[in-house]
Design a protein around this ligand. Structure first.
Ligand code: NIG
Ligand code: FE
Length: 415
């Protein structure tokens, strides 16, 4: 049965309805509706406009009217398009060693690095991993993140990658946020694999890919293209197979050395993520493509590295999304809004560009067309912030949190 609700009046509705997908955006370009309302029909937005106008419509529709008695700014629900929230263990020791001046190799020799998390994650059972994903997803939801991408990549064998992806799927049925899973079996060559990079990727694509389809575990394949992980020559045939089977491709690209972004463009990936090491050449080819560039400021903060050249990407006409990369190694903080605001200050991004990066441009990075903006037909995913101007949200760099989070037309968090 159809169920309508009208919510308002909202001091500022930042719907992003008409904001463009690529290139720079000025705050003045945002269409902000003052004293607005939103009519929800079941899970979706039915109409937006002035609250006073929508009231009449609401009566005709026999809608429940939810009157707000304080000033709120309404944004689309945030989307974290790149996380590794399925993991076990801590890498606090890596962090301390890194800040003490130890190199990547010294940390790995001391038992740290990605392989440490693989070891810990393999020890955890399905339910423990599932509980961890639910706990982290719920924490994100309370901060207004209504869609969360979550990768495997700490299993690195057929069974262990399946365990991770099954945990994410299981968590999806419990948490209110939408989880979008990605297979990152091509994270590093597992130490215990008896063979080279090529043989490992061959085994994954031949054995794991069909099971991913059968069990409907994911429609996205990721790879870490980097020296010490997988090189372009390893990864082209792997991505070709994935594409032929109908998977979307995403790439950990140009984190320490350039190379991955070119792969992303050549294979028609939906996104190229990291890009801290991208030069003008890579920025240009990305901007001319349909690949969404995803900045991961949490990894720059966690590792003490340069930020992704977000300003240049936008000025060249590229599409820029911003995600947290939440993982136990390079980005343990897991705070999307704080990190997006910090990237904004260092890269001189407008508030509109920051907001776009964690809403509809992040949806584009996940190939999702039903969210990220507040307009008729979109999912009714939105946040109400206790303030009277959207600038305040970014100015406070993540300290102002939503008082209400709405997901698929339901109030799912309130404080
Ligand atoms: O996105 N760059 C590769 N992978 C992760 C880090 C994973 C880890 O350190 O555990 C990243 O930063
Ligand atoms: Fe990552």
């Amino acid at each position: 049965m159809e169920k309508y609700k009208l919510i308002g009046p909202i001091k500022q509705l930042v719907s992003l309805e008409k904001a463009h997908s690529k290139g720079a955006i000025k705050d003045e370009d945002l269409v902000v509706t003052e004293d607005a309302g939103i009519i929800i029909k079941n899970e979706q937005v039915y109409a937006t406009g002035l609250f006073s106008d929508l009231k009449k419509k609401a009566q005709e529709l026999n809608a429940e009217i939810i009157e707000l008695d304080t000033e709120y700014v309404c944004t689309p629900g945030f989307i974290d398009a790149h996380t590794h929230i399925c993991f076990s263990g801590s890498r606090a020791n890596d962090y301390a060693m890194r800040n003490g001046g130890k190199s990547y190799l010294e940390i790995a020799a001391a038992g740290g690095g990605i392989w440490d998390t693989v070891t810990q994650t393999r020890k955890a059972d399905l339910q423990t991993l599932t509980d961890g994903v639910i706990k982290r997803a719920d924490a994100l939801l309370a901060k207004g993140i209504t869609t969360i991408e979550a990768k495997s990549g700490y299993g690195l064998s057929i069974e262990e990658e399946l365990k991770m992806l099954r945990a994410i799927k299981k968590a999806e049925s419990t948490t209110t946020a939408d989880l979008i899973s990605t297979c990152l079996a091509a994270h590093i060559l597992p130490k215990d694999f008896d063979g080279n990079h090529k043989a490992y990727l061959e085994e994954i694509s031949t054995t794991l890919f069909p099971i991913l389809k059968e069990e409907n575990l994911t429609n996205r394949i990721d790879a870490f293209v980097e020296e010490g992980a997988f090189l372009p020559d390893h990864i082209y045939p792997y991505f070709e197979k994935a594409t032929a089977m109908g998977f979307d491709i995403t790439v950990h690209a140009d984190q320490f050395n350039a190379g991955g972004s070119e792969v992303a463009v050549k294979v028609g990936a939906v996104s190229a993520d990291h890009l801290e090491a991208s030069s003008d050449q890579e920025i240009k080819i990305l901007a001319q493509s349909d690949v969404v560039s995803v900045a991961l400021p949490g990894a720059s903060i966690g590792l003490g590295c340069d930020f992704t050249p977000a300003r240049k990407i936008l000025d060249q006409g590229g599409a820029l999304a911003i995600a947290s990369d939440w993982n136990p190694g390079s980005a343990p903080m897991g705070e999307l809004l704080i990190q997006a605001c910090i990237l904004g200050t260092f890269q001189k991004l407008s508030n509109a560009e920051v907001l776009a990066g964690i809403t509809y441009r992040a949806a584009n990075a996940l190939n999702l067309t039903d969210r990220g903006r507040i307009s008729s037909g979109m999912l009714a995913d939105f946040n109400l912030f206790p303030t009277n101007h959207f600038n305040e949200i970014f100015y406070h760099q993540g300290k102002v949190l939503p008082s209400q989070v709405w997901k698929r037309g339901q109030l799912v968090f309130q404080k």
